[in-house]
Design a protein around this ligand. Sequence first.
Ligand SMILES: [Zn+2]
Length: 245
Amino acid sequence: MRPVEKWEPADHPDIKAIYPRYQEAKPDLCRNLGTMCSYCEKAYADERDLQVEHIQPKKYKDANGNYIYASLETAWSNFLLSCSTCNGRDNKDTKNVEYGKCHLPHINNTFLSLCYKAGGVVEVNPALTGRSAANARTLLELVGLDKSPSSSCSGDKRWQIRSTSWDMAVRYLNMYKAHNVQLETIVDLVQARGCWSIWFTVFKGHDEVRQALIQAFPGTAISCFDSQDHYEPIHRNPQNDDDPV
Ligand SMILES: [Zn+2]
């Protein structure tokens, strides 16, 4: 999952700390994060197909029936962008999201959290252990991102989009190696389709492509990738011994 910058309203003249209505934050989110679902990375040409995602759900009720995140309904700090599938799956509204217990693309290097493979497979990075592995698993389950064809509800085509994108990325990698496609064409394609992490994975070892993917997508957290080491992902929270990811 593409890690994104954590934009602070204090540093950014074009975003507000609190919006009159949360829906009004969408143009600012699209400009700063790109018109792509923060979770499944599907790209949309039309902003209207994306929803303002509340990281800590506005409808989540604690054991006493209190809406504990109601005050964050219009707060920039609680927003990402989401497609309707990621936002609506698995009763997400009823799941508590606690910082430090779930990887999130604006806090962690979520490119390290998950692994993408052929066939639409997405799974927790097997190299992770302990708290990092648990927090990556919580992220995966939060939006039901690993639903396979067999466990998928009929309307959930995210695995299929990933599978098609993987095959396409491999095909374009071979064309690129044979000098039969321009870098710009690849970037245009990813911007139109999404699945940023799949293309970034497949083009490992092609630094100029990885660099272009980071630069072409607004809000990509550039500090999560080592420009001296082929743009390989690096820990975002090295000071956190429990979960440096
Ligand atoms: Zn999505």
